[in-house]
Design a protein around this ligand. Structure first.
Ligand code: ADP
Length: 445
């Protein structure tokens, strides 16, 4: 029988035990005697009544039915425990005196209590929950209460409270559903939308202003017109970059839960990206020093996405390197997780360093890394953990905005996460920055 519904209370007379029938019989007999004559019979009546009450109370039952009209089975309160235990969420059964009369392992683990019979208030004091329990026990009301528990990461819980009735008694069943992940996803989505709209609104406001100026005061001035058109071009480019990056990011996130199964040569990918950048490097007189083995460095990964990783890291390095400077790119097969993060990200003694992403896979996997090093301004230690956060730009914090999107490193982080790899940064203001990403080496065929 599938027990899927707690039915309203019903005592089945045909299921009552013999003791109860005997006690009830005695009570009827005693009542008859008391009615006809003696005092002793009246005393007998009282005793028999007490016995019958005891018998009934002893046999208090929950009534559980599989569907309306089904055969009804009766089970003891104690038998309800396996049902509670089967629930994945914490669950409690609270009696009319607000005592815990049933619980499952999830509840005991999460709420840190052991003893049955403890008062609910000793483990949970939220007034709305207590009120809902009262309402369930007194009026048979069903309710749901959402509440927040302050902690290092605030925890959001929805507590469902339902009345459970047996005999003349009523209890409340509480089931706790953790809402933290849902609420933080909702907040992230709302923050993301707010940030994206804000980022798009800034260039849009500049464009509107430039259009108004062109249509008005600058209308008949050829030099002004050219200048304003140039400025409009810059803002339009910024909007296009933002939209491209946003689309890229959402595409990556779409299949982030599916690790790639392809193989790619990381060294070849790096060479291709370096080649595609040569006109810009020539223009800025920047020397890109690529240090990669001549033999393929085969990794588990999607070629296009790995190229995006390399491209974003090198773009940044070039962007922050002064004209005439140098950027170093290194690709190597290293070792396990620890060896790789040491080799790829622990080279400058005085630098601040942060692991922006650490692979969850077993520590003994072998990895290959790409490290991109520049001699730019570097990033102050306090900002390092925030690199890879969407829209985060050091320049915005320090008031020296350069017009980046703040999405490049977020794209890298999500791609590397999809590849179940690692991502780290070490940086020293005045010396430069080095970003390294590592992904699993492909096994030899
Ligand atoms: P964008 O470069 O488009 O602003 P990114 O996500 O690529 O966005 O980078 C985020 C921020 O990290 C940048 O705005 C910059 O402040 C900082 N940053 C990234 N790479 C470097 C680097 N090589 N040197 C110094 N700062 C960097």
């Amino acid at each position: 029988m599938v027990m899927n519904r707690l039915a309203p209370p019903r005592l089945r007379l045909d299921r009552l035990p013999a003791a109860t029938w005997a006690a009830a019989g005695l009570a009827v007999l005693a009542a008859f005697l008391a009615f006809t004559t003696s005092l002793s019979a009246a005393v007998l009546m009282v005793l028999a009544g007490a016995a019958s009450y005891w018998a009934l109370r002893e046999r208090q039952r929950f009534v559980i039915s599989s569907s309306p009209g089904d055969q009804i089975g009766l089970i003891d309160l104690g038998q309800l425990t396996p049902l509670l235990e089967a629930l994945p969420d914490p669950a409690l059964l609270i009696d009319a005196e607000s005592r815990i009369v049933g619980s499952n392992a999830a509840a005991r683990r999460q709420m840190h209590f052991e003893a049955r019979g403890q008062f609910l208030t000793s483990i949970l004091r939220h007034p709305d929950v207590l009120e809902a329990v009262h309402a369930a026990v007194r009026e048979g009301a069903t309710g749901a209460v959402e509440y927040e528990t302050p902690a290092q990461v605030d925890r959001h819980t929805r507590c469902y409270v339902a009345p459970v009735t047996w005999g003349a008694d009523r209890a409340a069943m509480l089931v706790f559903h953790d809402q933290t992940a849902r609420i933080s996803t909702e907040r992230m989505r709302a923050d993301f939308l707010a940030n994206a709209s804000h980022e798009l609104r800034t260039p849009l406001a500049s464009l509107t202003l430039l259009i108004e100026t062109l249509a008005g005061p600058a209308r008949d001035d050829a030099a002004d017109r050219d200048r304003f058109l140039g400025m409009m071009q810059i803002q339009a480019d910024r909007m296009r970059r933002l939209i491209d990056d946003l689309l890229s990011l959402s595409r990556i996130e779409l299949d982030e839960h599916v690790p790639p199964s392809d193989r790619a040569d990381l060294a070849a990918v790096a060479r291709e990206v370096a080649d595609s950048l040569s006109p810009l490097l020539k223009e800025r007189k920047i020397n890109l020093d690529l240090n990669a083995p001549a033999t393929p460095v085969r990794v588990v990964g999607e070629r296009f996405q790995l190229a995006q990783v390399v491209q974003n890291l090198v773009d940044n390095a070039v962007k922050y390197t002064p004209d005439g400077g140098a950027v170093r790119m290194e690709i190597a097969a290293s070792g396990d997780r620890e060896e790789t993060s040491a080799q790829a990200g622990r080279r400058w003694e005085e630098a601040g360093r942060v692991a922006l992403l650490t692979p969850a896979a077993a520590a003994n996997r072998s990895y290959a890394f790409i490290r991109v090093e520049d001699a730019g301004p570097g990033v102050a230690k306090r900002f390092l953990p925030r690199l890879g956060e969407r829209f985060f730009r050091v320049e915005r914090e320090t008031g020296s905005e350069r017009g980046g999107t703040g999405l490049g490193l977020a794209i890298v982080k999500h791609i590397v996460n999809r590849h179940r790899g690692g991502f780290l940064v070490e940086s020293q203001p005045g010396r430069g920055s080095a970003f390294a990403a590592y992904v699993e080496l492909a096994e030899e065929d």
